[in-house]
Design a protein around this ligand. Sequence first.
Ligand SMILES: [Zn+2]
Length: 278
Amino acid sequence: MSEQAEIGVIGGSGFYSFLDNVTEVTVETPYGPPSDSLFLGETGGRRVAFLPRHGRGHHLPPHRINYRANMWALRSVGVRQVIAPCAVGGLQPQYGPGTLLVPDQLVDRTKSRVQTYFDGEPLPDGSVPHVIHVSFADPYCETGRQAALRAARGQGWEAVDGGTICVIEGPRFSTRAESRWHAAQGWSVVGMTGHPEAILARELELCYSSLALVTDLDAGAESSEGVSHEEVLRVFGENVGRLRDVLFDAVRELPAADARACGCATALGGQDLGLTLP
Ligand SMILES: [Zn+2]
């Protein structure tokens, strides 16, 4: 039981280091190793698995994260609902540093990342996943989004309800031209890690929602000087404490694992997958 969890949080040591009795669990997957061990602990009676997205030493850049292994590893310890905090840049002047946004849409501008389990490539156990097309019109779990919004409100941090996150390949930040283009589309924030996490979660029938913390105004947003890594780290550090409070409240707000009423749990529609989900 100590090696099982019902809720997954993708985020670093700033989120779990203060929990008591944290169990470190190493998980193997057919896709290779995840970013790090899973760190399992309990909060408010809920079993949570934390996974440092970039590895505990933050050595993995966004484009080298093994997203398939990460999501598979979470599901294999029992996780069915995932909350994924991430640092983003604001594309609109009203979304300055310190803004918390709970996106309801995303635009995929990544280039090199494998974003499906169903690619017809044989797995080490000899099974061959079928080619399956999954509905992704609404990429985030609405139940998870509402839990996050309630949690933020409860902490006195009025989060932006909805908006579009543009996920770029990185690790570089955008040029001014790219950033102006993203802003002109009306997209809200830009980040490097929200995808393919979201679609891989859907393909594993996991609920997935995001808490996007704005750490800077992107290069194309009005009055921006351009983005520096130091500034991103500084603003993230200033907000990590209250982000953690919101995150833990959101975990407690999520429905019980066997009481999910959203469509995430049946996203694959009972099709023959050609592989067995963990
Ligand atoms: Zn859901």
